[in-house]
Design a protein around this ligand. Structure first.
Ligand code: NAD
Length: 250
């Protein structure tokens, strides 16, 4: 049990990568809170996990809203009394090139993908400090590291910001034994990319860019998150961790 006695909050975990990470954490002994705006799916996911004998709860959380963070973390503390791991996974992608994107769309991208983790960290730091430390895992992308020819500008902008936010927190809060790292997956087949992946040409492009010759699997990302959350990674801090089969090593 690699996360025994730990309490984790995973945002955007009613489906996709967040759910895969939450499931893996719970199976490794953590008490896990699934935070999302999709309430029904989140409650079903938590119930499915609980039915396997692990500890999981759904908590409504809109990461772009500070009051929602306060309420979700208060509910978590009331039940679990501590927070050890925060996975800022919730993210959206409005797939429009810069010349077509409206200001409202850009603001929505920033609100969920940047304001979200920023507020999560703001409110998690004091809780982690109380326990003598913690692990913050932010969900970046290969777009945190490179300009990606298949991905429009707004997504690369927000994922780049996530990696700088992570480095800043890693450097400034290490004194409190709080580590922060960013996971940088290449394309993973989740509901987020379903539309893109329906097109055989675009699927071919995405697979073709990966030296290992396949798309990332949700479990590839969950395994990396598990490592960063666990005590095996107690000296890993401020890292941008590609889970990309070599995409960014070209
Ligand atoms: N799928 C990929 O190819 C891929 C690759 C690299 C990085 N990522 C990143 O991984 C993360 C998860 O992606 P996914 O593919 O699982 O996406 P997804 O669309 O399948 O799931 C995202 C989840 O986030 C939730 N969410 C959206 N807005 C929210 C908000 N304001 N507050 C709380 N929850 C909210 C959604 O309800 C959903 O459950 C995102 O940050 C994404 O950018 C995905």
């Amino acid at each position: 049990m690699r996360l025994k006695d730990k309490v984790a909050l995973v945002t955007g975990s009613s489906q996709g990568l967040g759910l895969a990470i939450a499931r893996r954490f719970a199976l490794e002994g953590a008490r896990v809170f699934l935070g999302d705006i999709k309430e029904e799916a989140g409650r079903d996911a938590a119930a499915e996990l609980t039915s396997r004998g692990v500890k999981a709860w759904f908590v409504r959380l809109d990461v772009s809203d500070e009051e929602s963070w306060k309420a979700a973390l208060a509910a978590l503390i009331e039940r679990a009394e501590r927070l050890d791991v925060l996975v800022n996974n919730a993210g959206i992608n409005i797939r429009k090139p810069i010349e077509e994107m409206t200001v409202e769309e850009l603001d929505r991208m920033l609100a969920v993908n940047v304001r979200g983790p920023f507020l999560g960290i703001k409110h998690a730091l004091p809780l982690m400090r109380q326990n003598g430390g913690g692990s913050i895992i932010n969900m970046g992308s290969v777009c945190s590291l490179i300009g990606h020819k298949f991905t429009p500008e707004a997504y690369t902008t927000v994922k780049g910001a996530v990696s700088q936010l992570t480095r800043s927190v890693a450097v400034r809060y290490a004194k409190d034994n709080i580590r922060a790292n960013v996971l940088c997956p290449s394309t993973v087949e989740t509901p987020l990319v379903q539309e893109v992946m329906k097109d055989p040409e675009r699927r071919k492009e995405r697979v073709g860019e990966v030296p290992l010759g396949r798309l990332a699997d949700m479990e590839d990302v969950a395994s990396a998150a598990l490592y960063l959350a666990s005590d095996e990674a107690t000296f890993i801090n401020g890292v941008t961790f590609p889970v990309d089969g070599g995409v960014t090593a070209w």
